[in-house]
Design a protein around this ligand. Structure first.
Ligand SMILES: [Zn+2]
Length: 132
């Protein structure tokens, strides 16, 4: 089996160490789907490295929200040409960020574990179909 590239593993929210096990129990928009496994079902990596570790994901999530607000405002302006009402922008941005919240929640944690966690490294020897 060839090794799993990082991109698809991140999109599918797979474990950053083995790129095989799922991090979340269900799909992004299903009820309870964003509950996380405590440990990787595949390589048993403990996802929450330290207590409260995922508070740091809030910073990533914040960056997501800022970027999404800019994009939504840009789209709104291009579709409506609105220069008068700030309420339209506010409504679109708040509504959009609300709808995107499950996405932000999931991928802020994925990015935290993949890119911002020096203690976690990809281990190709775990990324295999062979039993250990
Ligand atoms: Zn794993």
């Amino acid at each position: 089996m060839p090794q799993t590239p990082q991109g698809p593993a991140m999109l599918q929210a797979k474990c950053p160490r083995c790129r095989r096990g799922k991090m979340f129990k269900g799909s992004m928009y299903s009820f309870g789907g964003n509950n996380m496994y405590e440990n990787c079902p595949r390589c048993n990596l403990h996802f929450e490295i330290e207590p409260g570790y995922f508070y740091a994901a809030m910073y990533v999530s914040y960056a997501f929200n800022v970027a999404e607000a800019v994009v939504l405002a840009f789209i709104t302006y291009n579709l409506t040409g609105n220069m008068e009402s700030p309420w339209l922008y506010l409504a679109v941005i708040l509504g959009g960020c609300f709808l995107l919240a499950p996405f932000n929640y999931r991928y802020s944690r994925v990015i935290l574990l993949y890119w911002l966690s020096p203690k976690i490294h990809y281990q190709p020897y775990l990324d295999t179909d062979d039993p250990k």
